[in-house]
Design a protein around this ligand. Structure first.
Ligand code: BGP
Length: 482
């Protein structure tokens, strides 16, 4: 039926929670796993908060049964997790590692045992280092075949049990942090031309894998997860409204249009051409992107915050390649693109300790925009609050997290009432885990994990936070009781 007849969350709504392999698994060299770009990057001094690594992470690799049991007790409907490419193909291509495949067989079977729908992210940033060494990873078109080969292995092995697939996690973030900000591997700065080419390779890898998945499993549901920050024009000054249009074309539609329409926004390409940075297409790319766009089933949205956009003249602020990674509130600086826009703080909204704007209504705006522009179903694949939590007498009182999630879910419910077809809501994250650049002190989970930045501290024991019991109720009542 085209129009929804019910209000609130649909009956079969997937209440979920999410993680990523590098952030939870640990076992970084266990059972034949290869070295990833992140295994290497975290060892470069100064790259991560207090030099934290995912070597051990929260040891999900060895404790997945305990973690899944906690999910089952909570009543979780779906668990979104990613697969480590290096467990499947230690060298990125070549020999497949059966032990790695088995780990995810076991995890998937464990989830299904409790009726939890597995939602698999094919790529959540941990690329085999061997591919970096062979041909500079995403910079080379060669990665397309290796990615598709890896993805196809997953589709064939798990496609009988996994219905929901996410090809890429936050392509905009891993490429932006990797080639413009120097904060993620390969740590390059302001390399605009490569940044756009890398994105094009990722789009082709995504497109080919979507097409392959649908050939193998036509009933599968697939999309990509985009880090979506809707924007507000600073004020009603026309030049600020135009700055917003530039921002949206270059920062939001550039990715979402690629997934949903199979093309890049025209104004963005014109701008990139003027800088000599437009991506180079191979013959057939356009058709591939269009075909994949016609096949995707949903737009995946990782929603954390909105932003304000103001015109920024040609001599204005650029990016100083920093962000608040310490949790010292108020240390983030205004960043921008000279000649286009800058992003001042929104004085109407509070922020987290890491200076991320808290804007529950933004999640409704994401849904409305996607519904109007693409008319696609939506999977909220991440949403959550990073905070300092305290374990006291085996308990963690996190009313701030409950409040954050409650207000976002209220707005999401309104989006459903507005007619948006929202299929799932995954909080970030299920257990506490490694924050890529912020160590273990920035916590997101419903389940507290006893560990600090230091590899040898903490028992890694699991504790349910207050928010765990709260979300259980939310699931039980299908979002009626918040
Ligand atoms: C998203 C990533 C996640 C996760 C989350 C929180 O961008 O997909 O992997 O890390 O953000 O971010 P952070 O850990 O920086 O607080």
């Amino acid at each position: 039926m085209y129009f929804k007849e019910t209000k609130g969350f649909p009956k079969d709504f997937l209440w979920g929670s999410a993680s990523a392999a590098y952030q939870v698994e640990g076992g970084w060299d266990a059972d034949g796993k290869g070295v990833s770009n992140w295994d290497k990057f975290v060892r470069i001094p100064g790259k991560t908060f207090k030099a934290t690594t995912g070597d051990k992470a929260v040891d999900h690799y060895h404790r997945y049964k305990e973690d899944v049991k906690l999910m089952a007790e909570m009543g979780l409907k779906t668990y979104r997790f990613s697969i480590a490419w290096t467990r499947i193909y230690p060298n990125g291509n070549g020999e497949v590692n059966e032990k790695g495949l088995e780990f995810y067989d076991n995890l998937i079977n464990e989830l299904l045992k409790y009726g939890i729908e597995p939602m698999v992210t094919v790529y959540h940033w941990d690329m085999p280092q061997a591919l970096e060494d062979q041909y500079h990873g995403w910079e080379s078109r060669k990665i397309v075949d290796d990615y598709v080969n890896y993805a196809t292995t997953l589709f064939k092995r798990y496609g009988d049990r996994v219905k929901y697939w996410i090809t890429m996690n936050e392509q905009n973030i891993f490429t932006g942090h990797g080639w413009l900000e120097g904060m993620h591997p390969p740590g390059k700065v302001d390399d605009m031309k490569t940044f756009y080419q890398v994105n094009h390779h990722a789009n082709i890898a995504h497109a080919k894998s979507v097409i392959t998945l649908k050939e193998l499993h036509p009933e599968a549901k697939v999309g990509a997860s985009f880090a979506y920050s809707p924007s507000y024009a600073y004020d009603r000054k026309p030049e600020n409204a135009m700055a917003k249009a530039d921002y949206d074309d270059l920062q939001n539609y550039y990715w979402m249009d690629a997934y949903a329409y199979g093309r890049y926004p025209r104004a963005a390409i014109q701008y990139l051409k003027s800088l000599g940075c437009a991506p180079v297409f191979e013959e057939g790319d356009e058709a591939l992107m269009k075909k994949a766009a016609s096949l995707i089933d949903f737009m995946g949205v990782n929603y954390y915050q909105t932003c304000v956009v103001e015109y920024n003249d040609i001599n204005g602020v650029g990016s100083d390649h920093t962000m608040n990674n310490t949790g010292k509130k108020g240390t983030a600086k205004v960043q921008g693109v000279p000649g286009l826009y800058k992003k001042p703080q929104n004085e109407f909204l509070p922020t987290t300790d890491w200076d991320w704007t808290i804007d529950p209504m933004g999640i409704r705006m994401c849904c409305r925009e996607i519904t109007s522009r693409y008319d696609l179903p939506i999977v909220i694949s991440e949403n959550g609050l990073g905070a300092f939590d305290k374990l006291e007498d085996g308990q963690i009182h996190d009313p701030y997290r409950i409040d954050y999630l409650k207000r976002h879910i209220e707005e999401l419910k309104k989006a459903c009432d507005d007619g948006c077809r929202v299929l799932a809501y995954c909080t970030w994250s299920y257990t506490d885990l490694l924050s890529w650049l912020n160590g273990y002190q920035k916590r997101y989970g419903f389940v507290y994990i006893d560990r600090e930045e230091d590899e040898n501290s903490g028992t890694l024991n699991r504790y349910k936070k207050d928010s765990y019991y709260w979300y259980k109720k939310v699931i039980e009542t299908n979002g009626e009781e918040l």
